[in-house]
Ligand binder design. Structure first.
Ligand code: ATP
Ligand code: MG
Length: 248
């Protein structure tokens, strides 16, 4: 005879999963976030929140279903260690003046900034997800994936044609620079790959060229790119890449 649930000893893994699930819920689904998601459903932005695609340093990203297909929902968490990392991007940005110590206000401004950065980057002709909606600490954007399965990061999937992909990313960085923007966190973790090449994602930290550290961020982006592709047979000079970027 099967044991009743109360008498059955739950395996350790199950305990761990339950703990992880409630940790995620605790971290993102506070009451105001829940209400904001409900309002989005009422507005028809999406119909159901399916599952978490990723729990990152700053946010949890979910796949959601709308009547037109899938969308990605990024919910920023209001936890302290995350805010520390954000400070270097916020200093010198007037949009964060006076709110730097209010976790919720920072996350709200950050999500809005990511939405706006996506708009600017699309307008610059760069391959980034299309921004759909933003409310409080929640950003809804185009779902990058095939038949409901999200594309993998460059880190996970690698590149079939490193020279071409490296050039495409460099071209996107140049287009952004010409439009007065620096991504400021380019790495193999923030690039998703489809058959036609790379997409830049995670653009909340992107800064305008007027930011006091914009040039340092640009150099760091190019260094990261050159370093990653140098391990995959692409020989590029950082100085030459910067020259090309500035020419556009
Ligand atoms: N528009 C999207 N479509 C599909 N998947 C996405 C989309 N945006 C993000 N993702 C997935 O969610 C992951 C985390 O996204 P993102 O880098 O924007 O958040 P993050 O909190 O900064 O995460 P991390 O700390 O890992 O950088 C991505 O690696 C990717 O797998
Ligand atoms: Mg990221």
């Amino acid at each position: 005879m099967a044991l009743s649930l109360s008498k059955r000893k739950r395996p350790r893994l199950e305990d761990k999963q339950v703990a992880q699930k409630s940790k995620t819920e605790e971290e993102v689904f506070d009451r105001p976030t829940f209400l904001s998601l409900s309002k989005m459903i009422e507005k028809g932005i999406f119909d159901t929140l399916d599952y978490p695609i990723c729990t990152g340093k700053e946010a949890n990203v979910f796949r959601a279903r709308s009547k037109d297909g899938f969308v990605a929902v990024k919910i920023y968490r209001t936890t302290a260690p995350v805010l520390k990392r954000m400070h270097k991007y916020m200093e010198g940005d007037t949009r964060f003046k006076g709110i730097m110590h209010n976790k919720f206000e920072v996350m709200k401004a950050w999500a809005r900034k990511e939405y706006r950065n996506l708009e600017l980057m699309r307008a610059a002709g760069c391959r980034v997800p299309f921004p759909i909606y933003c409310d409080r600490n929640i950003l809804v954007m185009e779902f990058l994936g095939h038949e409901g399965v999200p594309y993998s990061t460059l880190k996970d999937t690698g590149s079939l044609n490193p020279q071409e992909d490296s050039n495409l990313i460099l071209k996107d960085i140049a287009k952004l620079h010409a439009a007065g923007i620096v991504h400021a966190d380019i790495s193999e973790f923030n690039i998703l790959m489809d058959d036609r090449g790379p997409y830049l994602i995670d653009v909340g930290q992107a800064v305008l060229l007027t930011h006091p550290q914009a040039e340092d961020f640009l150099l760091h982006d190019v260094e990261n790119l050159v370093k990653y592709f140098s391990h995959h047979g692409v020989d590029a000079d950082i100085g030459e890449c910067l020259k090309k970027i500035r020419k556009v």
